[in-house]
Ligand binder design. Structure first.
Ligand code: 6PG
Length: 473
C-alpha cells in the first residue's frame, strides 16, 4: 500500500517505531541520513518488510508520502533537527506535519512550531518513552501540537502505543512544547526515582553489608507490592548478574560515574524559571554530576575520610521510606507540570498524564495507577500530596523516611534525594515556617518591606523607626 507516515532516522528508536508500525499494519516509508543503514534494516525486518517502504533520502521520503504528509523525525533533537527542518521545508506543502520524536528542549519546540506555523507547516513535539523495547512493542507517547496533526496521527499512535488495561498510553496534551515539556518532567522523575533506588542500594550495601544478590532479591520482593515499578524490576535483575570476565557482581565492575544527556538538567532549570523547586530532581541531577567527578572524589576520600557507619534498618522501613519519597517525587513533578500549564496556558490534564505513564514508559509503577485514580477523583490545584489517598499513605510512610534519612545522615551515608524529599515534606507541612526571619533581614538591610499579620500593605520593622538615620544599626 501507500505509506501513511514517513520515519526519518533509523537509529535505535526510529527503527523500533517503524517496525512497531509495520507490525500494526501501517505502511511506513523510511529513510536515514546514512543511506547504507537502510538495506540491513529492511533485511532484518523479515515479514514486516512488506509494510516498510525504503527511500534513498529525505527528498524521496517526502515524495513518497500522500498529502497532508506526516513525517516523523527520530534524530538528535538539537542542531540536526533544525537542519532536517530546513532541508524538508522547500519540499513540504501547507498542511503537512513534521514530528520531532526526540528528547527536545520544549523551548526549541515552541520556537520551531512558531517558525513552521508561519509557513503553514505543523510541528508536533512528541515525547517517546520506554527505550528500545518500548518503541518496538509499545511506548508511552506525550504529544504536543496542533489539533489538525493530532487528528491525523491519533490512529497511528493509538495502534502502536503501550496499553494499560486496554487504554492506549498516548495523549494529545496541549499545543507546541507541551508534549516535550511533559516528557522532560517524566525524565526528571525518572532521574529522581533512579537516584532514590541507588541511595537505598547504598544503604543496604554499605550500611548493612548486604551482597548485591541479596539486595536484588529485596528489590524483587518490593516489586511484588506497592513499590512495583519498571525501575525496581530492572534493578532487581541487574543486581543478580555477575560479570562474565571476573565473576564479580557486575555492579562492582561498573564505574560509579553517571552520564546524563540533559533532560534532567532541563527539568531543574525549568523548575527554577517557574519559581518552583523540584528538589529531588535537583538532588538527582547533582548526584550524577558529582558522581562524574570520580578523580576528585577519590582524592577527597583520602583527604577527608570516607567513613560510613553500619546501619540497622529493617527492610520494611526502607520500603516505606522509598514509598514516601516516591510520592513526594511525583508531587514535585506534578507541581511543575501545573506551574508550566499556568505559565503557557496549556490546560494540562494531570489525570491523563498519569494514565499514559502507567504503561510503556520508564517510570511506570503501581503508584502511578493510584495517582491516576487520585487525579481522576479531582485534586485541587494539582497538589498531589493533598489528595486524600496520597495524604494518608504519606502520613503512614513519612516516619520511615525520617528514620532512614536520620540514620543515614548520622552514619555518614550520602542520601541527597531522600534528604531532599524529607526537607521538602517538612517545609510544606508547616503552615508557619521561618521566612519571617528572611523577610525581616531583607527589610533590615535593604528596606524591602514585608507583609504583616492582620494589616494590609507593605510594612517596615522598628529598625526603620522615624527617628533613626537612613540606615539602621
Ligand atoms: C525514556 C528515557 C529515555 C532516555 C533518556 C534519558 O523515557 O525512555 O528517559 O528518553 O533514557 O535519554 O537519558 P539520560 O539518562 O542519558 O539523560
Amino acid at each position: 500500500g501507500t505509506a501513511r507516515i514517513g520515519v526519518y532516522g533509523l537509529g535505535t528508536m526510529g527503527s523500533a517505531l517503524a517496525l512497531n508500525m509495520a507490525e500494526n499494519d501501517i505502511d511506513v516509508a523510511v529513510a536515514n541520513r546514512e543511506a547504507a543503514w537502510i538495506s540491513p534494516f529492511i533485511a532484518e525486518a523479515g515479514a514486516l518488510a512488506q509494510r516498510l517502504h525504503p527511500q534513498d533520502d529525505l527528498a524521496t521520503l517526502i515524495g513518497a508520502l500522500p498529502q497532508p504528509r506526516v513525517l516523523l523525525c527520530m534524530i538528535p533533537s538539537s542542531a540536526p533537527m533544525d537542519e532536517v527542518i530546513a532541508a524538508a521545508l522547500p519540499l513540504l506543502a501547507p498542511g503537512d506535519t513534521i514530528i520531532d520524536g526526540g528528547n527536545a528542549d520544549f523551548r526549541a519546540t515552541r520556537r520551531r512550531s512558531a517558525e513552521l506555523a508561519a509557513r503553514g507547516i505543523h510541528l508536533v513535539g512528541m515525547g517517546v518513552s520506554g527505550g528500545e523495547a518500548g518503541a518496538r512493542h509499545g511506548p508511552s507517547m506525550m504529544v504536543g501540537g496542533p489539533a489538525h496533526s493530532w487528528a491525523q496521527l491519533q490512529p497511528i499512535l493509538t495502534a502502536i502505543a503501550a496499553r494499560y488495561q486496554g487504554d492506549p498510553c498516548v495523549a494529545h496534551l496541549g499545543p507546541d512544547g507541551a508534549g516535550h515539556f511533559v516528557k522532560t518532567v517524566h525524565n526528571g522523575i525518572e532521574y529522581a526515582d533512579m537516584q532514590v533506588i541507588a541511595e537505598i542500594y547504598g544503604l543496604a550495601r554499605h550500611g548493612a553489608a548486604q551482597a548485591p544478590q541479596a539486595i536484588g532479591q529485596m528489590f524483587a520482593r518490593w516489586n511484588a507490592g506497592p513499590l512495583r515499578s519498571y525501575l525496581v524490576e530492572i534493578t532487581a535483575e541487574i543486581l543478580g548478574y555477575d560479570d562474565p570476565a571476573t565473576g564479580h557482581p557486575v555492579v562492582d565492575v561498573i564505574l560509579d560515574a553517571a552520564g546524563q544527556k540533559g533532560t534532567g538538567r532541563w527539568t531543574v532549570i525549568e523548575a527554577v524559571r517557574l519559581g518552583q523547586s523540584a528538589s529531588m530532581i535537583d538532588a538527582a541531577v547533582a548526584a550524577r554530576s558529582w558522581s562524574s567527578e570520580k578523580d576528585m572524589r577519590v582524592r577527597a576520600e583520602a583527604a577527608l575520610g570516607g567513613a560510613r557507619h553500619a546501619l540497622e534498618l529493617e527492610e520494611d522501613t526502607l520500603a516505606e521510606a522509598f514509598l514516601a519519597a516516591r510520592i513526594l517525587c511525583y508531587a514535585q513533578g506534578f507541581r511543575l507540570l501545573a506551574a508550566a500549564s499556568d505559565e503557557y496556558d496549556w490546560s494540562l490534564d494531570y489525570a491523563r498524564i498519569a494514565q499514559i505513564w502507567r504503561a510503556g514508559c520508564i517510570i511506570r509503577s503501581a503508584l502511578l495507577d493510584d495517582i491516576s485514580d487520585a487525579f481522576g477523583a479531582g485534586v485541587p490545584g494539582a497538589e498531589l500530596f493533598l489528595a486524600p489517598a496520597m495524604a494518608a499513605r504519606l502520613t503512614d510512610a513519612a516516619p520511615a523516611l525520617r528514620r532512614v534519612v536520620s540514620a543515614a545522615i548520622a552514619g555518614g551515608h550520602a542520601v541527597p534525594a531522600l534528604a531532599a524529599a524529607l526537607g521538602w515534606f517538612d517545609t510544606m507541612r508547616q503552615g508557619w515556617g521561618t521566612a519571617n526571619i528572611t523577610q525581616a533581614q531583607r527589610d533590615f538591610f535593604g528596606h524591602h518591606g514585608f507583609a504583616r499579620l492582620g494589616a494590609p500593605g507593605v510594612h517596615h520593622g522598628p529598625w526603620w523607626a522615624e527617628d533613626s538615620a537612613d540606615r539602621p544599626g
